[in-house]
Design a binder for this molecule. Structure first.
Ligand code: ZN
Ligand code: ZN
Length: 339
């Protein structure tokens, strides 16, 4: 059962990383964040205070200050997956005469993905300063619930336009703030959300294409070897027909790196695919992640003082076509009001 223990540990570590990223990305109301809060409460009673202090210092540096740690980790993971694909899977698939169009597809997607990744990192998301605040002040109407007119940011001292939010990591207010993404070390706002969506789409396509090619190769190996018609001897010395579980273990022992990589890209495809669908849903309904999480809090609110908040309605949706246009061509203040 060595394979199973190793694989479960690996899945656990991947899921733990995702939970940590969700929590420290500021999604305090999400289910993973609540789970992390519960685990943290338990750990606070077990772990010595010196270790807690060191862990807090490391996590604060990682998630609350702009740094390239996750960008480097992201590039490292990509290099490892593509290294394994090029070194083993690509050659084996060529031997099995897979179409070269399919074999080169992950490289094409990688080239496009790098382009959108750089655009996400380098594009100004819509930083609001005292000198440019008038360009954003009248872009959106204040809904009077989530966004109140005449509010000043206590840190930047700029007048806050509707739909903007101060990012504690970048230390600035951002126009149509969505979230701060540690993987691109930048805020996602009005001017780079379109690149972020395409970056997610190409990243997910990369993971899916490599997963499909790798799985096809392993299936082909099983079919060509006629393994499914064979028998194996179990721990009790009894001969049994080969089943799926035996097959997975056999493939893991024969192609350990390939099966390990396949597990990783499958988990990644599911996580990225779900996140891409969520981001697409927000775009089509004209909500930012920030607004979606806040509105969920309003809906859960039960106090009588929160009656006004419970009446929250998304006033920014302009229909699917209008919402997509807004992502491609971000809204600024009308010219006549820029005084
Ligand atoms: Zn601010
Ligand atoms: Zn930021």
């Amino acid at each position: 059962m060595d394979f199973l223990s190793l694989f479960l540990l690996y899945v656990f570590l991947v899921l733990l990383t995702i939970l940590l990223v969700c929590f420290y990305s500021g999604r305090k109301q999400s289910i993973p964040s609540r789970l992390i809060t519960c685990i943290t409460q338990v750990l606070l009673h077990i772990v010595p205070s010196q270790v807690q202090g060191a862990a807090h210092w490391v996590l604060h540096g990682l998630f609350h200050k702009r740094n390239c740690t996750f960008v480097v980790l992201h590039l490292l993971l990509e290099t490892l997956v593509y290294g394994e694909y090029s070194w083993e899977v690509f050659g084996y698939c060529q031997e099995l005469e897979f179409s070269s169009h399919f074999l080169f597809l992950p490289y094409l997607l990688l080239a496009v993905n790098i382009g959108f990744f750089i655009l996400c990192c380098k594009t100004n998301p819509g930083t609001i300063t005292k000198s440019n605040q008038v360009q954003f002040l009248h872009a959106y109407a204040y809904d009077g619930v989530m966004f109140e007119k005449g509010v000043e940011c206590s840190t930047c001292k700029v007048r806050k336009p509707a739909r903007s939010k101060h990012c504690g990591v970048c230390n600035s207010c951002v126009h149509r703030f969505d979230h701060h993404c540690v993987w691109v070390n930048n805020c996602i706002g009005a001017f780079n959300i379109r690149y972020f969506l395409l970056y997610l789409l190409t990243l997910n396509s990369m993971a899916v294409s490599i997963a499909v090619l790798t799985a096809s190769f392993l299936i082909q190996v099983v079919l060509l070897s006629n393994m499914m018609q064979g028998y194996y001897t179990d721990d009790q010395g009894q001969e049994r027909p080969i089943d799926a579980f035996f097959l997975i273990q056999h493939l893991f022992l024969t192609f350990p790196r390939i099966v390990f990589m396949l597990g990783f890209v499958v988990v990644l495809s599911i996580v990225l695919g779900s996140y891409f669908c969520f981001t697409l849903y927000l775009i089509l309904t004209n909500q930012t992640s920030n607004e979606w999480f806040k509105s969920a809090r309003y809906k859960c609110s039960s106090s009588e003082d929160d009656t006004r908040q419970r009446g929250y309605k998304n006033i920014y949706s302009r229909g699917i076509q209008g919402n997509i246009t807004e992502i491609l061509k971000p809204i600024m203040s009308p010219e006549k009001k820029q005084r």
